[in-house]
Design a protein around this ligand. Structure first.
Ligand SMILES: Nc1ncnc2c1ncn2[C@@H]1O[C@H](COP(=O)(O)OP(=O)(O)OP(=O)(O)O)[C@@H](O)[C@H]1O
Ligand SMILES: Cc1ncc(CO)c(N)n1
Length: 268
């Protein structure tokens, strides 16, 4: 069985972070593992408090995984501070980690900051160059590219700019500001739109975590990047389309929905 590791923060209410990643990776047919960057007291209504892991202990979590069950893909989510980012980059370089997907988590859906100002620069210089793909939403892409995004042309320009600056593919998620579900991939000098059908469900807590984990799981299984993105968007539509309604805020998605035949398919 192929394996994937999530390096991210927690969500005790189960909709985002490590908890969403483990559900998503499991449903996408890989063995899911995790290294925790921070304990986050949060639920569907927002973030209450964060207790960060020390860089040394995060490093030990990564070491025990790689020494025993080297992952076929790694997803990196919330990493709040410079020391943690530097530790992850150093360990992943040491193990020559493959299929690294970076979700540059900066602000929770509720508006709570999940990364310090200084750490954004460290993320740019240390983490993005290790990624095969980075998956910013529009506000994150504005920060990474250093430009405002208002229209479709801005999405295309920002993705190109981030990709050229850090040498990784960029999947810029359009779902946030615009009422559609279209994402733009810029990889190896080529831009491609991935069109999705907008699902009228307000319970979108953890969509970003779920998409990046599904991409990592599909890369681990041997699918190429465009195919992994296509499959992951389909998975997300299924999880959103199941119309789970839990919690008092933006609720979580349902992961144990019925996956159709397409998903049984393995990479050639
Ligand atoms: N209502 C929706 N219907 C269908 N797809 C959606 C919807 N909302 C978001 N998506 C898709 O979900 C994926 C994640 O995008 P989104 O922009 O929501 O991420 P995010 O802002 O990082 O998430 P989070 O709120 O977890 O931080 C993208 O592929 C996007 O197109
Ligand atoms: C731990 C964690 N990672 C990412 C997000 C973004 O949705 C969140 N709310 N919590």
């Amino acid at each position: 069985m192929r394996t994937a590791l999530s390096i991210a923060g927690t969500d005790p209410s189960g909709g985002a972070g490590i908890q969403a990643d483990l559900k998503t990776m499991t449903m996408n047919g890989v063995f899911a593992m995790s290294a925790i960057t921070a304990l986050v007291a949060q639920n569907t209504t927002g973030v209450r408090e964060i207790v960060e892991m020390t860089p040394d202990f995060l490093g030990q979590q990564i070491d025990v995984v790689f020494e025993d069950i080297p992952p076929d893909a790694v997803k990196i989510g919330m990493v709040a501070s410079c020391g943690l980012i530097e530790k992850i980059a150093e360990r992943l370089r040491f193990y020559q980690a493959r299929n690294v997907v970076v979700d540059p988590v900066m602000v929770a859906t509720s508006g709570y900051r999940l990364i310090s100002e200084e750490a954004v620069d460290t993320m740019k210089t240390c983490l993005l160059p290790l990624a095969v793909v980075v998956t910013p939403n529009i506000p994150e892409a504005e920060i990474l590219a250093g430009m405002d995004i208002h229209r479709q042309e801005d999405i295309e320009a920002a993705a190109k700019r981030i990709s050229e600056a850090y040498g990784c593919a960029v999947l810029l998620k359009g779902g946030h500001n615009i009422n559609d579900a279209n994402d733009y991939l810029y990889a190896g000098g080529v831009g491609t739109w991935f069109y999705g059908t907008h699902i009228n469900n307000p319970n979108t807590h953890g969509t970003g975590c779920t998409l990046s984990s599904a991409i990592a799981a599909n890369l681990a299984k041997g699918f190429d990047l465009p195919t992994s993105i296509r499959r992951s968007k389909k998975y997300l539509s299924g999880a959103l389309g199941a119309m789970l309604d839990l919690g008092k805020g933006r609720g979580p998605m349902q992961h144990n929905f019925n996956l159709t035949g397409e998903y049984a398919k393995e990479a050639e």
